[in-house]
Design a protein around this ligand. Structure first.
Ligand code: N01
Length: 642
């Protein structure tokens, strides 16, 4: 498909229009109507209610939904009869009124961000509004981007738009990063596809609400093709080391290429290597002794025959949640080794296809696509009223390993009810699968019932007693030995080892990993003092723990900041910028204080959100709007220009 194609002319008759509208997400449809009519008064037909961002159709009654669909049908019929004239984007007042209706108090904060999202097809407000040639004619500036995954492609696209020369070094043979690597059966996104995509490349024909890995990977390929990014990528090339050359004020990158090792130079380096790219294999005694095929979920051995075999899976995180039900379909016996069970949140449509009428709406109803996207990301936008509110520690509650606040307790009750209802007749299993830590301390799984249904199958066993060792014949736990033919490690990633295994050397020969000492920090997750012109994407403390947003959005905000940094360099005629240590330190103190007051910071449960020093170096503890606001422009006073 071509991204950014205009909406099609409306020609459907009234009956067809009404039929298609049944596929609409009703609050998004009403916001679209308010926009098309320019009349926020229509929103008064429906009153915002607590928690409505989490419910299908905002929890509106069938009568309310029908009322909105009827209104939309009339408005769209008028639009059609008028010849489908172009509709301008909403002005700040209309945006403000709609945001207030959807988000409630504090909505005004989200309006500038929203103005970048509610735009006509093909518009791209986050594109740099300048080119290198305009701001610094004749200047030579070359940027090296490391990694052609989601963030690397984005950085390359924006730099190209600004006419800044860039080269992307990618160790794999294709784009996609972690979505290229992860090919385990059942692999798919757990953030809605209409949100888990670039703002400038909305895709209207996602086959599923939460698309499979193959479809998402094809999306990355399509984006790379449409925006000419393949020409900028050097595949099969791994950056082994990056060294800041003080006298030359340039980076020297040491590369391993198919033709040997070489060194290249760049003025700036963008690390787009992600947090979830290096598999973590558990330090369990005897791991090397297992006699059968044994592999990590992100290094799936497609040649391993699981049919009729005794398969063991270690881990019950997001990867296990997706692959266990698929493995159960073919394995003769399946043993799942669980340390801490995941919380499951109801998402009945998790595996459902997008109905054809929903696609029709994206393609024909002006602005329905961006308003729907807004509704999908709304739970993550503000600190209050959305997902984050349920994770915030209330010291007066007082917080415990059961719940960190009254809101968190309510979530526990809701999710416990959801899980209990699925295994009401299996109390032993329920006792095993109900978590003993607060909701939100670990990533919550989207659930349509497939997980517990799988664990109840007669050939599937959930083992909760601790693993003692791995033997040639299987896994030994405290309660006995489990004979296995194949062993799968769904044990996650070395998320705390940012930028590893690269060696990165900054000013005065400082080694980045020695500086971090296992506790990575960066200003805004992007810049590190002493490492000039180094920009990290999806760097320290930029992970959303279920705030409801999408990591695509966070990378877009980070890349806006990167481009502003490049512009300032070009305009200033200086060679480099280096974040001030006091700015970096104060920022990290603030982030740490935020994380300490979140479910994951309070709880002692093990999770990849906490590093070896016991600090949360992964998660962003605040709202998406807060990150957008802070990354919207670089403040030169916060940097030393070299
Ligand atoms: O990894 P995890 P993942 N002995 O670290 C267990 C993203 N993602 O690959 O819970 C026994 O979450 C560990 O146990 P415990 C997403 O951001 C996205 O599943 O620590 N068990 C846990 O159960 C996600 O959060 C999608 O007690 C051991 C599991 O292994 C992130 O990737 C899909 C152990 C590891 O879970 C990581 O998810 C998949 C040991 N020694 C992943 N060591 C999408 O859909 C570890 N475990 C977008």
């Amino acid at each position: 498909m071509t991204f950014g194609a205009p909406v099609r002319r409306l020609v459907a008759d009234d009956a067809a229009l009404r039929a298609h509208l049944h596929a609409a997400e009703v609050p998004a449809l009403l916001m679209t109507v308010a926009h098309l009519t320019g009349d926020p008064a229509v929103l008064a037909r429906v009153e915002r209610r607590n928690g409505w961002l989490f419910q299908p159709h905002g929890g509106l009654s069938e009568a309310q939904q029908e009322d909105v669909r009827g209104l939309a049908a009339a408005v769209l019929a008028r639009h059609r009869d008028a010849g489908s004239p172009p509709v301008p984007p909403p002005g700040p007042r209309l945006l403000g009124a709609i945001a207030e209706w959807a988000l409630g108090p504090g909505a005004a904060e989200a309006v500038p961000l929203l103005a970048e999202e509610i735009v006509p097809p093909g518009a791209d407000p986050r594109a740099p509004g300048w080119t290198a040639e305009q701001v610094a004619p004749g200047a030579e500036l070359e940027v090296a981007v490391i990694g052609a995954g989601m963030s690397g492609l984005l950085a390359a696209h924006r730099l190209t738009q600004a006419g800044v020369r860039c080269t992307v070094y990618e160790k794999n043979a294709d784009v996609g990063g972690t979505w290229l690597d992860n090919r385990y059966p059942g692999c798919r996104v757990d953030v809605a596809s209409h949100l888990y995509s670039y703002s400038f490349a909305p895709k209207h024909d996602w086959p599923d609400h939460f698309c499979t890995r193959d479809v998402l990977h094809e999306y990355f390929r399509d984006v790379a093709k449409q925006y000419g990014l393949y020409d900028r990528i050097v595949f099969g090339t791994e950056v082994l080391a990056a060294r800041w050359d003080d006298p030359a004020a340039r980076w020297r990158l040491h590369l391993r290429t198919p033709h040997g090792e070489v060194t290249v130079a760049a003025n700036a380096v963008v690390s787009a290597v992600g947090q979830l790219s290096r598999p973590s294999l558990p330090d369990i005694p005897g791991r090397e002794t297992f006699a059968g095929p044994a592999f990590h979920s992100a290094r799936w051995d497609a040649g391993a025959d699981l049919a009729g075999k005794r398969v063991g899976v270690i881990g019950t995180g997001s990867s296990a949640y997706q692959l266990v039900p698929e493995v159960a379909k073919v394995a003769g016996e399946l043993v799942v080794f669980q340390r801490n069970p995941p919380w499951l949140r109801p998402t009945p449509h998790y595996h459902d296809p997008v109905p054809p009428s929903a696609r029709w709406l994206y393609e024909h109803v002006p602005y329905y696509s961006p308003w729907h996207r807004f509704w999908l990301c709304a739970p993550g936008l503000l600190e209050r009223g959305g997902v984050l509110e349920g994770w915030i520690v209330d010291r007066g509650h007082p917080p415990t390993e059961r719940a960190v606040s009254a809101a968190n307790e309510r979530l526990r009750v809701t999710l416990t009810d959801w899980m209990s209802a699925q295994v009401a007749d299996a109390p032993d299993l329920l006792a095993q699968v109900l978590p003993r830590y607060p909701v939100g301390a670990k990533r919550v799984m989207r659930d349509n019932g497939v997980w517990l249904r799988t664990l109840r199958q007669p050939h599937v066993r959930l083992v909760g007693d601790p693993i003692r060792r791995i033997t040639p014949a299987g896994v030994e736990t405290a309660a006995g030995h489990h004979d296995l033919d194949v062993l799968v490690y769904a044990t996650g990633f070395q998320a705390s080892r940012f930028l590893a295994p690269m060696t990165v050397t900054g000013r005065g020969g400082a080694d980045l990993h020695a500086t971090w000492d296992g506790d990575a920090r960066a200003y805004l997750g992007i810049t590190v003092p002493g490492f000039p012109n180094l920009f990290c994407l999806y760097g320290p403390n930029t992970n959303l723990s279920g705030q409801g947003g999408s990591i695509f959005a966070f990378s877009e905000y980070g890349v806006t900041y990167l481009l502003d940094a490049i512009r300032r360099l070009l305009e200033s005629g200086r060679k480099a910028l280096d974040v001030r240590p006091d700015v970096h330190d104060a920022y990290n103190t603030w982030v740490d204080a935020g994380n300490a007051e979140r479910a994951w910071g309070f709880s002692s449960v093990s999770s990849w959100f906490v590093n070896e020093k016991g600090r949360t170096a992964q998660n962003w503890p605040f709202s998406a709007v807060e990150y957008w606001r802070r990354t919207h422009a670089l403040d030169p006073a916060e940097y030393e220009f070299l």
